[in-house]
Design a protein around this ligand. Structure first.
Ligand code: IPM
Ligand code: MG
Length: 361
């Protein structure tokens, strides 16, 4: 296959981890006989430094022209970086939100898996973690509070701010369909998470999800309130298969779910539109404190590249090879600092990339 991949190295550890993912992808191309062409674009702080804005029209066009986009991470230290002295719409995060919206990437898939090899890193009690878990958070990504009207104003001398949480039924339906479709390839259970005891948007969410569920009689649907879900994720994560939820709840729950795995440096994500196109990025942030030190864990980005092979290119065999290389490297005892445990060999970001690439067969 001929594949055009646009890369967004971004900020902080982004350039380092993307370089390792490219290394692994090049090896995949070599072993399986594909042609991969990589084009880098700027986004986030890196784009602000050059263009004064976090995302340019040219960058959007380059992303759109690609078969898929592979991203590292964007953003800096919010208390010290000059990027955060800019107005909100000019900060690094606005670039990420902008590209999600511009490319209509409404479906965000965030797997949270407990790896056997890393079970010791799981912060849950052993009697809970013993059951293992493999959760897929399906987060709506282009609606809700993130994209509703917002403003800050003064009323009767009081500083006041308002954000709006808005969803229409089409936005809910299309993400629900994605959620049920993917549940069919997994353990056939969808937990739809909302706050229907308080919010109108959640009551509509619940209704529309129930309508969609009628087309999937083979998939079990349950509803769960978001506060309860936050609690259940640490009480009994094994109960979940697909968690289907709106943008803000998904943002919060996916960080919680990733922490429960004990290894946020391992978690990939995919953001998809209604074609095969997607943007793939690790679930973690740009970790400016360790940037440029060759200590970051590139595995989440490598696993995001694997999701790209699977979801955008239908290259399941190649994706399986990448996933297997990750498991093998862990079995062989290699760890970056964030997942280090006794008796393992500590390696840096670049060496981890080499070790992974070597294991692609
Ligand atoms: C994420 C991040 C982003 C979000 C930020 C950086 C805007 O936290 O991808 O989860 O809130 O969506
Ligand atoms: Mg987040």
């Amino acid at each position: 296959m001929e594949l055009n991949i646009t890369c967004i190295p971004g900020d902080g550890i982004g350039p380092e981890i993307v370089a390792e993912a490219k290394k692994v992808l090049r090896r995949v191309a070599e072993v399986y006989g594909h042609q991969m062409r990589f084009t880098d674009i700027l986004m986030g702080g890196a784009s602000i430094d050059v263009h004064g804005v976090p995302l340019t029209e040219e960058a959007i066009a380059a992303a759109r022209a690609a078969d898929a986009v592979l991203m590292g991470s964007i953003g800096g230290d919010t208390t010290t970086s000059p990027w955060y002295k800019l107005p909100p719409e000019k900060r690094p995060e606005a670039g990420l939100l902008g590209i999600r919206k511009a490319l209509n990437l409404f479906a965000n898939l965030r797997p949270a898996v407990l790896y056997d090899e890393l079970a010791a890193a799981c912060p849950l009690k052993e009697e809970i973690s013993r059951a293992g878990f493999d959760i897929l958070i399906m987060r709506e990504l282009t609606g809700g509070l993130y994209f509703g009207e917002r403003r800050t104003y003064e009323e009767n001398g009081l500083r006041t701010a308002v954000d709006t949480l808005v969803y229409n039924e089409n936005e809910i339906r299309r993400i629900a369909v994605k959620g049920f479709d993917i549940a069919r390839k997994r353990r056939r259970k969808v937990t739809s998470v909302d706050k229907a005891n308080v919010l109108d948007s959640s009551r509509l969410w619940r209704k529309v999800v129930e309508e969609v569920a009628k087309d999937y009689p083979d998939v079990t649907l349950e509803h769960m309130l978001v506060d309860n879900c936050a609690m259940q994720l640490v009480r009994d994560p094994a109960q979940f298969d697909v968690i289907l939820t709106e943008n803000m709840f998904g943002d919060i729950l996916s960080d919680e779910a990733s922490m429960v795995t004990g290894s946020i440096g391992m978690l990939a994500s995919a953001s998809l539109n209604d074609t095969k196109f997607g943007l793939y990025e690790p679930s973690h942030g740009s970790a400016p404190d360790i940037a440029g030190k060759d200590v970051a864990n590139p595995i989440a980005t490598v696993l995001s590249a694997s999701m790209m092979l699977r979801y955008s290119f239908d290259l399941d065999r190649e994706a399986d090879a990448v996933d297997a290389a990750v498991k093998q490297v862990l079995r062989d005892g290699y760890r970056t600092g964030d997942i280090l445990s006794e008796g393992c060999t500590k390696v840096g970001c670049s060496r981890m990339g080499d070790l992974l690439a070597e294991r692609i067969r």
